[in-house]
Design a protein around this ligand. Structure first.
Ligand code: FES
Length: 573
């Protein structure tokens, strides 16, 4: 045993501080020898009954603990703020950065040598990774896995994706309220995250592509025994990572980020991936910009045929070979030499991957779609960028010029969207303001706002929609998101008026407001920012310090890292 472990700064002392650190923990029945210098592993758990997608994580934590013990370490499970998409208002994104602070400070303040991050629902993954990255201890991730496929009236139901369809069908009076209600019991059949390639599964795949979990870990269903086995093996592995001092920053290299971007394009991953990856990179000082996503996603074929872009669900993806089947087909585009959490390089980890069902994971020679990655748009409407996910859009709308129909904010939208006399036409471009990081605040998933009822009743199912907000990873449509700078701080989006013409050209990557510079200057002079309605608490801190979407929407003072060192003791000598 070495005496140089970080935890020994607490446990390896013979003074009053050492007494305190050991004695109070002994109230849990710990014998003396657990303080002898063996690796101390923190199990950072985002379990919460208010986060249904993470409600099984205490079970997985038990498996991690077993693995740690088997490998000669000692584990302490600790809770951190959990972020459940299904319940939290106004949006979990408002709290991602807050949760990251909880994770960072809890890890740093405690006698921990290595960390296992137990995550699942969308924001729990980036929040934990951002916080852990700012401490930079040896770290491994265990995602909770997706729910089983939803089953309803003989068909598979995808979390979110099918709800958005049912909801629009209900508004269009194509289904009854009773039919809508019946689906509620069939969508979420087991513990786990959304079973589509929504944000949670996208980020689980991101974690795997970054090399932060054991190979094959992303897609295992939450209730499959293999997920418990993976948790146990992760517990064993983190002990070895501590012994080898394999830190997060050694895995999260620029090359690893590039790998994740390529894999995300091939799986048709959520647009939220971009925000979170930028924020994680920012914590480590790895240079990453929107242009990297654009460049690296180009000509990457869509291999995964999963909702919302395709037909199948995460359970099918797992049986078809999961991330290993995707990575093995992208080998020539990836940095194979990067070392991953298990100590091996990507090439060695994924050599045996293959697709067992080409309907779900296509062959690269016959992809679901050519050139499917997220497109970064620029133009006077988004000087710092905006994004669109072509694989989830209507092909005939990807190049479209139309008249803007503007909703000044979400309240305006809610007040008029069901008005059957609304003067909106099917070829209009719908614009929503006030949904950015500062404006809402928190950049909610309102970018996939529903179509006007009047047009739904006419059979319209998609229109170009533009906002400074985000959209659920489970959503679909011709939706331009993350417009930066946002309207709240005076971005061009704030100046758009109903009747203006907007040009969207996803092929040429253009988002242009056809209004003269002189007229825009006049409108800008008249524009006045609204004062924040929130003046206290965390939300006011968020509004004052949040960065724009193209930078990852982290708080400006959280960018970067402070390491694991602590200068001062809680008690005098
Ligand atoms: Fe938790 Fe979708 S609501 S993963």
């Amino acid at each position: 045993m070495t005496n140089k472990r970080r935890s020994q700064e607490w446990f390896g002392r013979t003074d009053k501080s050492g007494f305190i650190a050991r004695s109070w923990l002994k109230n849990q029945g710990l014998p003396n020898d657990v303080f002898d210098g063996r690796p101390v592993i923190g199990i950072c758990n985002t379990w919460s009954e208010l986060t249904p997608c993470n409600a099984h994580l205490r079970d997985l934590a038990d498996q991690v603990k077993q693995g740690v013990l088997e490998a000669g370490g000692i584990a302490f499970e600790f809770p951190v703020m959990s972020l459940g998409e299904a319940l939290m208002k106004p949006t979990t994104m408002l709290f991602r950065n807050l949760a990251s602070m909880d994770v960072e400070e809890t890890i740093r303040a405690n006698p921990i040598d290595g960390v296992v991050l137990l995550v699942n629902c969308d924001k729990t993954t980036p929040a934990c990774l951002m916080g852990a990255a700012s401490v930079d201890l040896p770290t491994i991730v265990v995602s909770g896995g997706p729910m089983l496929n939803g089953k309803h009236h003989g068909k598979d139901l995808g979390s979110g994706t099918d709800l958005w369809k049912f909801s629009e069908d209900l508004r269009a009076q194509k289904i009854t309220q009773e039919a809508f209600d019946q689906a509620e019991n069939s969508m979420s059949r087991s513990p786990g995250a959304c079973n589509t390639m929504g944000t949670a599964s996208t980020l689980a795949c991101m974690v795997e592509a970054l090399g932060l979990t054991l190979p094959g870990g992303a897609a295992i269903p939450a209730v499959d025994a293999n997920r418990r086995r993976l948790s146990r093996l992760a517990g064993r592995r983190i002990v070895a990572m501590v012994e080898q001092d394999q830190r997060l920053s050694q895995i999260l290299t620029r090359q690893a980020f590039e790998n994740a971007i390529v894999v995300n394009a091939a799986i048709g991953g959520s647009t939220n991936f971009i925000l979170h990856l930028l924020a994680i990179a920012g914590r480590l000082g790895v240079e990453l910009t929107l242009d990297d996503f654009d460049r690296l996603s180009q000509r990457v074929p869509l291999l995964a045929n999963l909702k919302p872009s395709g037909d199948y669900l995460m359970e099918d993806f797992y049986y078809a070979g999961g991330v290993p089947a995707v990575i093995s087909q992208l080998a020539h585009r990836l940095h194979g030499e990067v070392i991953q959490a298990n100590g091996l390089c990507l090439t060695d980890n994924y050599r045996g991957g293959r697709s067992y069902n080409n309907a779900v994971i296509a062959d690269a020679a016959a992809p679901v779609q050519e050139d499917a990655g997220t497109v970064v748009l620029r133009g006077n409407l988004a000087p710092d960028g905006a994004i669109i996910k072509p694989s989830a859009a209507s092909p005939d709308l990807l190049c479209h010029t139309g008249r803007a129909f503007v909703f000044e904010n979400i309240e305006h939208y809610n007040a008029v969207i069901n008005d059957l006399t609304l003067p909106v036409e099917k070829d209009d471009i719908l614009v929503m303001k006030g949904a950015g990081p500062r404006g809402y605040p928190g950049m909610p998933e309102v970018g996939n706002f529903g179509l006007p009822k009047k047009l739904l009743l006419e059979g319209v199912r998609d229109m170009v929609r533009i906002s400074d907000g985000r959209m659920s990873g489970t959503a679909f449509g011709t939706i331009v998101l993350h417009v930066s700078p946002e309207s709240e701080i005076g971005g061009t989006l704030a100046l758009v008026q109903t009747g203006d013409f907007i040009e969207l050209d996803a092929r040429e990557k253009i988002l242009h407001l056809r209004v003269s510079e002189d007229e825009l200057a006049r409108r800008r002079q008249r524009w006045t920012p609204t004062l924040p309605a929130i003046t206290r608490g965390y939300a006011s801190l968020y509004i004052a310090t949040v960065q724009q979407a193209h930078l990852g929407a982290d708080l400006d003072f959280l960018v970067g890292h402070s390491g694991d060192h602590i200068d001062r003791e809680p008690h005098p000598e």
